[in-house]
Design a protein around this ligand. Structure first.
Ligand SMILES: C[S@@+](CC[C@H](N)C(=O)[O-])C[C@H]1O[C@@H](n2cnc3c(N)ncnc32)[C@H](O)[C@@H]1O
Length: 738
């Protein structure tokens, strides 16, 4: 037995059959058997898109008028579906939240819920639903709708007659095509629908307005109805079968973000703290080039091509082209030398870099340093305080542009300029060597002093430079104790009798400088080809000895030497020279008799005077003994005036030589100052020296060293011989000097 509801459904004529969908699905496999089927087949709309709106009022009368059994089913028997889809429009349109409304007498409780399949129709409403459905289908048959009236796809879908409606209409019409009993109210239903469509917005099939349910009509102005979302759509999230609360998830996300930030900060701090270590680890090992840019390049050109045999032979003898061992040192890139020449500049390497003293240098013991001369014993009383005072009464005649250079009379006579005897003043004068030395020393620093003691392999201690010196530049003063000859004798007999080296140098006024306690200059060794000269100058009226650079500049690290010019007085006193120079005389003094002395080392001034070879010892002896007949008259005057043997000749020589070489003017200028004003001779001092020399047996030999000091002005002719005596002990025991 079928209930009205089930009867309707089984007939498939009233409600939309779920099999419509099956029709669609089977269209490809099952040919159409009825018209409705054909319609159904040709419909391209899915059943889900069709909304059938049924007016409650129109449905009511239809159901009883249509007994289910009377309506033959044009369809072949089908199996009923187990379940039907139910669509909740309120939910779909988003109005379910509004709840049930009651307005204008609408009884919500009795209102039928609209569904597509009509499965939710209450039993009491079954007839009504059937009628409503019929009316809808009738509307759908009305072909008034035109494509132009379909404003939107949605409207098109709504207006399109569904296969169900078509089928139901055909059923309602009966097999004869005439209207059945149920067809009577069709016109009234259509009119009702037409009236309803005026108010409703939704138009149904064939362009005719379809009456909307009141509920929908009330809602049609709402945003929900128009699908306008104001609030964010929050979708529920399920994860692994569990519901995820969005609030909790947000909190968890925030917590996770914070944790991530904290971790990132921690990592950053860690990285920063670990950075040096990482850098150390990542430090790359530097790769050095083992060869130069052009290393290994072969000479492609035959440089001897086109040369004669003789030329080739000559070329082959060039040391540069001699076959050599391969140089393993990395060569400089090509044109380096040329580029250096063009763009290079002079520079000095720091001395401690280029030439440091070898480690473990012994220091000389028993050496008391003294940088200034000091009178000892009677010497102070015997010493004439201002022997050169008269020389300082006139000034040189230099001009500022001359700068007291080589033509300066003071310079020629080995007088240092100062405020009393200089015409041009300190700013322009260049003849103030001792003043310059004092200033340099006062500034301090061992590289300003410029010398240091070294231990030589075979000559005891020596001195070397630790800076460069220009030619004729003052290096250091020979200072020590100034003693009389008597005191010198006593010291040699008593104090220095067992010494191998003595540091005694004949000075001025027959005095002797004992540098045993003295300046560093006492360590300067002898050389037959020296780079320095020991010269006595008159500074502020007082004699002072100093070591000067020779004619060539002195480089850093060179050993400083001067020619002792020993006068051994006896062949027994001769000391072997170990200077190692090519022109070495072999002995510290002049060459022994029978051997021709090497001329280069003989004083030029001596040669200029035409005096003999190897006569210095004799001359010294004569000077010491007061036999000065061979000396120039002027020189004798000068000697007497200055009470020193060598400068006498020195003064005389330049005056004579200047006449012939430099010009008479300078020579004439010299005369009134230095020679004409000469004092009467005092020959007592040299005699005294002889007396000293004549003393009985001594355990040492007295040797005289002559230091020659050429003056800059026309050196070869104007070189003046400055003599200083040095008394050096010899190990050999000799008898008295005669
Ligand atoms: C004034 S001292 C020089 C400093 C000395 N070398 C020292 O160690 O104190 C002179 C002595 O040094 C030695 N001497 C200096 N130059 C020499 C040389 N070229 N050949 C051999 N001995 C030399 C000689 O013994 C000489 O008597």
């Amino acid at each position: 037995m079928l209930s009205p509801f089930t009867g309707i459904e089984s007939s498939g004529s009233v409600s939309a059959s779920p099999d419509d969908s099956s029709n669609l699905a089977s269209s490809s496999s099952t040919p159409p058997t009825t018209v409705t089927d054909s319609d159904s087949l040709h419909s391209d709309a899915s059943k889900h898109d069709v909304i059938t709106v049924i007016d409650d009022s129109t449905v009511v009368a239809i159901a009883p008028a249509l007994p289910v059994s009377d309506v033959p089913s044009p369809r072949r028997p089908q199996r009923a579906r187990a379940s039907l889809p139910v669509y909740n429009l309120a939910k779909l349109s988003g109005t379910s939240a509004h709840g049930k409304r009651r307005a204008k007498g609408d009884i919500v409780a009795t209102r039928r819920r609209r569904t597509i399949a009509g499965s939710t129709v209450t039993p009491g409403d079954a007839d009504v639903g059937a009628q409503g459905q019929v009316s809808t289908n009738i509307d759908a048959l009305s072909l008034e709708a035109s494509p132009s009236k379909r404003s939107t796809p949605r409207a098109q879908r709504l207006a399109r007659p569904s296969p169900r409606s078509l089928r139901s209409v055909s059923r309602l019409a009966g097999p004869n095509g005439g209207a059945s009993a149920g067809a009577t109210p069709v016109s009234s239903i259509a009119a009702k629908l037409s009236a309803a469509s005026k108010r409703g917005r939704i138009t149904k099939a064939v362009g005719k307005p379809v009456k909307m349910s009141r509920e929908l009509r009330r809602l049609q102005d709402t945003k929900e109805f128009n699908h306008i979302d104001e609030r964010p759509v929050i979708h529920s999230v399920w994860s692994n079968g569990k519901y995820v609360d969005p609030n909790q998830a947000r909190e968890r996300q925030t917590v996770r973000k914070r944790a991530n930030v904290a971790v990132a900060a921690e990592i950053k701090v860690k990285e920063e703290s670990e950075e040096p270590v990482a850098q150390l680890k990542q430090r790359r090992v530097k790769k050095y080039l083992s060869k130069g840019l052009y290393s290994g390049q072969e000479v492609t050109q035959d440089i001897t091509r086109g040369l004669t045999a003789a030329e080739k032979k000559q070329l082959a003898q060039l040391p540069e082209l001699m076959p050599r061992k391969e140089n393993k040192v990395m060569p400089a890139p090509i044109f380096t030398g040329f580029r250096t020449l063009l763009t290079g500049r002079d520079f000095k390497l720091p001395f401690h870099v280029c030439n440091p003293l070898p480690p473990g240098q012994p220091k000389p013991d028993e050496w008391k340093k003294m940088t200034k001369n000091r009178f000892i014993g009677e010497s102070k009383e015997v010493w004439k305080k201002m022997p050169h005072i008269l020389d300082y009464q006139s000034k040189c005649v230099c001009k500022p542009e001359d700068g007291c250079a080589e033509t300066c009379q003071n310079r020629i006579m080995l007088y240092e300029c100062d405020d009393t005897n200089c015409n041009i003043g300190r700013a322009h004068c260049t003849n103030r060597a001792f003043a310059e030395l004092t200033a340099r020393r006062n500034r301090g620093g061992k590289y300003r002093v410029g010398v240091e003691v070294i231990k030589t392999s075979d000559r005891g201690y020596g001195v070397r430079s630790n800076r460069c010196f220009e030619p004729h530049q003052i290096i250091m003063e020979y200072a020590g104790e100034i003693i009389t000859e008597e005191e010198c004798e006593r010291r040699m007999n008593e104090i220095y009798k067992n010494n191998e080296c003595y540091y005694l140098m004949s000075f001025d006024q027959n005095m002797i400088i004992d540098a045993t306690t003295g300046s560093i200059a006492r360590f300067v060794n002898h050389s037959c080809n020296p780079n320095c000269r020991m010269i006595k100058w008159i500074v502020s009226g007082q004699p002072r000895m100093a070591l000067f650079a020779g004619d060539r500049p002195i480089m850093t690290g060179e050993e400083l030497t001067y020619d002792y010019n020993f006068d051994p007085f006896s062949a027994k006193n001769v000391q072997k020279c170990l200077c190692g120079q090519p022109n070495c005389r072999g002995v510290l003094g002049p060459k022994p008799k029978g051997v021709k002395p090497i001329k280069e080392n003989i004083n030029v001034a001596t040669k200029g005077r035409g005096k003999g070879k190897g006569g210095k010892g004799k001359r010294k002896l004569k000077e010491l003994s007061g036999n000065e007949q061979n000396m120039e008259p002027g020189a004798k005057k000068r000697k007497m005036q200055q009470s020193k043997p060598k400068p006498i000749r020195t003064l005389k020589a330049p005056a004579k030589e200047l006449k012939s070489v430099k010009g008479l003017k300078a020579a004439k200028t010299l005369k009134p100052i230095k020679v004409v004003k000469a004092k009467p001779a005092k020959a007592s001092k040299p005699k005294k020296a002889v007396r000293v020399a004549k003393t009985a047996k001594r355990p040492y030999s007295k040797v005289s060293i002559k230091v020659k000091a050429p003056v800059k002005a026309k050196r070869q002719q104007k070189k003046t011989e400055i003599s200083a005596s040095i008394t050096v002990s010899a190990a050999a025991e000799i008898t008295a000097i005669v």
